[in-house]
Design a protein around this ligand. Sequence first.
Ligand SMILES: [Zn+2]
Length: 493
Amino acid sequence: MKKVLIAGCAQEISSFNPVECKYEIFHIIQGNEIYDYHLGKNSYIGGAIEEINKSKNIEPVFTYVAEGFAAGTLEHSAFIKIKNEFLEKIKLYVNKIDGIYLTLHGAMGSSKELDPEGLILEEVRKIFGKNIPIVISLDLHGVLTEKMLNNCDGVSSLLTYPHVDFSETGKRAIKFLKKLMLENIKPVAARVKIPAIVRGKELITETGLFGNQTKYAKSLIEDEKVLSAGFFIGNPFTDVPELCSQSYVYTDNNKDLASKNALKMAKDFWPNRKKMQAELINVNDAIKIGSESSATVIFTDAADAPSSGALGDSNAIISEMVSQKYPHTILSTILDSDAANLAFKTGIGSSIKTSVGGKLDNRFKPLILNFKVISINEKPFMPEKWAWLQKPGKSAVLKSNNLTIVVTSNPVLQVDRSIYFENGLDPKNYHSVIVKSPHCEPEFYDDWANKNLNVDAIGATSANLLSLGHKNCQRPIYPLEEDTIFIPEVEQY
Ligand SMILES: [Zn+2]
């Protein structure tokens, strides 16, 4: 019986969010708790468990899994603490296991360490030695670095956006690891880096152009001779030296097959880079369109999306709406613990004068208004579709004329409508709704809304990539340099 060590350390950052995130962002589970938590779930480890349970000759050893939400740059001391804790726990299994499966994200970053996953893998390799195979799984928004490739034997990555194949990716990682442990294979990898970062609706793999790459990678994986294949678009908000888009293919000692296919995916991607940028409407034009439209109008504010690593404290759109005397009802959320605490103190039905938003990220200015406190709430809740518990902290529904705002004390996922439903509000009852998400999934808004306006507001996760101010990533890179040239080059590992 071969033993597979299962561990994880994952989080993703927006380098442009001014508030560093702390150790407490991580939800840590250990030992058999990992099995109970992930069994039957659409998660990497859920898929790994399913694959292992199907196999007669391998068994899992659950150790330590730390998972954090998208947020600002990880405080360096927090990274050191989580890394050391992770390594201490898995060190206990030296000489007791035959293979390692690690779930990482690929877009983590601390203030002093711009390749944290690479560093973690280097340490794991040092601890267990080269004879213990390591396979990792990554998000397709990850940045696969040279150090990571040099310190693992296999990679498995998501092939869908919006992500729905967590479990499949975990299964593929275990299948790869099984071959490494049980068969006499010699994995070789080819990857091609592309100097481009991308955003926008063409990245939706079901309907967009980027689906060409993910579908091709899927077809490769079905080939017996291919061990793994995928395509990373990187997280454009994770400003690290190796940020780029890239293709990769692993084969059993067939360098030509790996190179040929990695090159094909990269070459097919490059001509579409221009189309893979977001089409945005400036705030004033959006407000004009909204004013003249019948309900419901969605203002998608990707720039302040907590699911991408922003804080959610932008009032950029509503401030402009208030100053222009927007003629319809408006619904929005804003991160503002001061306003939420004040509402708790004064209570339901009270009148308060407070600023909302714009206190943490100085791209914005506080918006001061008179509000009525409609309701208060501090219950954690589950999103409509995913199993990620949301902890808004003290929250309140505040109303000022035609404006209704849910203020929360912690960032909350806003891809769906759960933050509104949990506070007794239905977006369908408002003319205009601000949705702080990179895109709107049809089932939550687009299927019934009259219009969806992708607004070019400022913010830490703006799809207007030129507005962000990258400092660390390789240059030139498209679209930061419009005339960037791509010379396809295969790297082999
Ligand atoms: Zn992702």
